[in-house]
Design a protein around this ligand. Sequence first.
Ligand SMILES: [Zn+2]
Length: 308
Amino acid sequence: MTADFFANQRFKQLDVSCLAAETRFAFTIDVEEWFQVGAFETTFERSKWSSLESRAKTQTTILLELLAALNIKATFFTLGWIAEKFPETLKEIVAGGHRLACHGMDHQRLYKMTQTEFAEDIQKAKGLIEQHSQTSVVGYRAPSFSLTPEVWWVYEELEKAGFGYSSSLYPVKTDHYGALNAPRTAFHPIDGSDILEIPMSVCDLPLKRLPASGGGYFRLLPYFLSKYMLEKAKRQTRTPSIFYMHPWELDTDQPYIKSAPRLSRFRHYTGQAGLPDKLTQLSKSFKWAPVEEIYAPLLNGSSERQQC
Ligand SMILES: [Zn+2]
C-alpha cells in the first residue's frame, strides 16, 4: 500500500523554493526516557516503567548546557509524560531559547492507537506542554517515526488539535521505520489543509537511499560521513536538512540492560562517549535553528509566512 499511496505524486506540488537560500539546518531533539525508546519496547513492559530509574531530567539539563556552549538553538519534541513529571525541564528548555513541540503522550506507536485514542493522546500532551511552558506548540513528531499511510487520519487530528506541522515521515526503509516513497520536501498531506509535513532528511547514493538525519547513525558512523549526507541531502532537495537526537544518547552512566536483544543494545549504547565531540564538530560545520524558525515562511499563522 505504501508505494501505491505515494506513487501518483499528488503530494509533491508544494513550492518550497523560498527555502533554497536558507543557510541554517534544523536541529531537533526527541525528549523521552532511556527506557521508552523503540529499541527497548520488547524489553520493558509499560507497566514496569514506574519502577525504572528516571534520568530524563538530568540528561536534558546536560544536553541544554552543551547546546548553550555550542550556540545551537533547537526544537524539543517532548512527551506529555515528561511534561507532567518534570515541568521545570520545560521551563529550562524555553529559557535556553529553544522551541517546544509534541512527541505524543507516552511514546505509543501510532498504528497501535485508534483515531479517537490518538486525538486524546495529542490533546493531552499538547495541553500539558503548553500549560507548563506557557508557550504555544505547533510541531509534532510521531514516536519511532510511526506515521504511515495506514494512519493518515493522524493529520486530520493534528490539524483539529491546532498543530501547524508534523515532522514524522522518514522517506527511507529501515528494519525499524520508514515510508520509502514519501516526498522528500515539505508538503500538505491533506488537500485544502494548511498542515505541513516536513519529512526527515535522506541521501540518495547511486545504489541506495540512506537516512541522513542523525539519530543512531550519527553515533555509529564517522563524522565526515554524517556531514557528507547532511550536505548532500540539502543539495538534492534544495531545502534545509534536519538533524535529530535524544538526551539519553549523551548519558554514559545510564543502566546497561544485558537482557535486551543484541541489536537493541548495539543501537542504544554504541558511540555514546564520542557524541559530545561529534556535536561540537556539527556546530562548526553548520548553522542551526529550530524547525519553527526555518519553516516560518510556510507555516500557517507565522508572521513571516509568504508565498514561495
Ligand atoms: Zn521518540
